[in-house]
Design a protein around this ligand. Structure first.
Ligand code: 5AD
Ligand code: SF4
Length: 437
């Protein structure tokens, strides 16, 4: 009788891409994916450690999953990803029903580890690698549409931002061979996909032999003008003019850059070890505007980092005002064990102050997103159709090059088509429009 598995994924896009690799590894040895957790022989949770809140969510969920063992004692529970790497055997010590703990560079060993459970009770592998990129494994695509897919182009991070756990959970930075990336994008295009997002913690430092990130983008864009190319995430310190020139040369490289600022204060940026100043960041924004006048910008913000004063926080708001981001991910600082900040700084901004600052930046961004969308009213965009909207079957959803969601009335278009839509209305998160011929 064949065995079935179920994977639940938390956290960033990289984790979702990893789950697609794990699917592929397990299917290759004859296991069968199921959508129903209650029917699975193996349940895996692919976990995130970026903030304490993320870990707590997973731990709560783990309690529920462990209770499935009452009815099904042979169920195998595995923890994958960043929490596996960070907590290692503690996960098993504190959760007696967990059988497997597998770090992000050990997924190839999963079949072997599952087999080993017939002779041993538990299995753990959290070895990090300096070489593993899973480049030869063709992921099994799990995204909800057959239009857009992720391609991991590198793994790990060694920027060591003072607050961040990623360098410890995902190890050294390594780039995947360009040839295998281009092959994967070509296969996706041939299968009908029309958009790929090249993923890495810091894609701008991609390098494999003589190919840098700008070269890789150009190579991907050359596959076909109908293939849209996106990327995430960019570190401001590495965003080069060469990259912007390359983007400007290829209309199918999308006009949208996610450029995390984290804080608008030089003092805090320095404490965070971000390795750029506000002046540098603003110069990069000016360069983006020069090369790509229609490019949209989004960012990540952390409020309440160690010693953040009222003035530092106001400086973040001023920066947000000055740039006018189309969207932003905003977080309260969450101290992560063993990071530089945890070891050397006090987490000294009171929780209520962090919450107030967060509420305020979210409010501020909401207005900024609305303004950005209002500026699009009356304009016409090329939209890549993704499928039916969640709210109504007569409404379809797509995205413009700027990565904004566009909703329009469905006529005869299919997912994967390019259409032109004139924007007639908006909310802070969505553009509404009408198809024009
Ligand atoms: N606390 C809060 N936010 C964090 N991020 C990373 N580490 C932390 C932390 N310890 C945020 C950063 C990063 C995004 C992925 O998560 O803004 O860009
Ligand atoms: Fe974390 Fe900084 Fe690396 Fe991003 S660049 S993953 S914030 S250490």
């Amino acid at each position: 009788m064949y065995k079935t598995f179920f994977i639940e994924t938390y956290g960033c896009q990289m984790n979702f891409a990893d789950s697609e690799i794990v699917h592929s590894i397990l299917v290759n040895v004859g296991y069968v994916p199921t959508m129903e957790i209650r029917k699975a022989d193996f349940v895996f949770i692919n976990t995130c450690s970026i903030r304490d809140h993320a870990e707590q969510r997973v731990l709560n969920r783990l309690q529920e999953v462990q209770s499935l063992k009452k009815k099904r004692p042979h169920l195998i529970i595995g923890i994958l990803g960043c929490m596996a790497e960070r907590l290692q055997k503690q996960l098993i010590e504190k959760n007696k029903n967990v059988d497997l703990v597998v770090g992000p560079d050990a997924y190839r060993r999963l079949p072997e580890m599952l087999n080993s459970l017939s002779t041993q009770d538990k299995a753990i592998d959290t070895l990090l690698s300096t070489e593993e990129t899973y480049s030869d494994i063709e992921p099994i695509r799990l995204s909800s549409n057959r239009v857009s897919a992720f391609i991991a182009i590198m793994r790990g991070c060694e920027n060591y931002c003072a607050y961040c756990v990623v360098p410890y959970t995902r190890g050294r930075e390594r780039s995947r061979e360009a040839r295998t990336i281009i092959h994967e994008a070509q296969v996706l295009f041939d299968q009908g996909y029309r958009e790929v997002t090249l993923l890495g913690q810091n894609v701008n430092s991609y390098r494999c032999d003589t190919v840098d990130f700008a070269d890789l983008l150009a190579l991907t864009a050359q596959i076909n003008p109908l293939l849209r190319v996106r990327f995430a995430t960019s570190h401001p310190k590495d965003l080069s003019d060469k990259l912007l020139e390359t983007m400007a040369q290829y209309p199918n490289i999308c006009r949208s850059i996610h450029l995390p600022i984290q804080s608008g204060s030089d003092t805090i940026l320095q404490k965070m070890n971000r390795k750029y100043t506000l002046a540098w960041y603003k110069d990069r924004i000016a360069a983006i505007r020069r090369y790509l006048p229609d490019c949209s910008l989004s960012t990540d913000i952390i409020v309440g980092f160690c010693d953040e004063t009222e003035q530092d926080y106001k400086d973040t708001l001023s920066l947000m005002q000055e740039v006018g981001y189309a969207s932003a991910f905003m977080f309260k600082y969450s101290e992560r064990p063993d990071t530089y900040a945890a070891k050397h700084y006090a987490d000294n901004i009171p929780e209520d102050v962090k919450s107030q600052r967060l509420a305020h930046v979210i409010d501020f961004q909401q207005q900024s997103s609305l303004l950005s969308n209002q500026r699009d009213i009356g304009q016409t965009f090329e939209v890549l159709v993704e499928g039916v909207s969640k709210r109504s079957t007569t409404q379809y959803i797509g995205r413009n090059s700027q990565n904004k969601v566009v909703i329009f009335s469905h006529t005869d278009e299919k997912p994967g088509d390019y259409i032109y839509v004139r924007i007639t209305d908006c909310s802070a998160v969505t553009l509404f429009g009408q198809r024009i011929e």
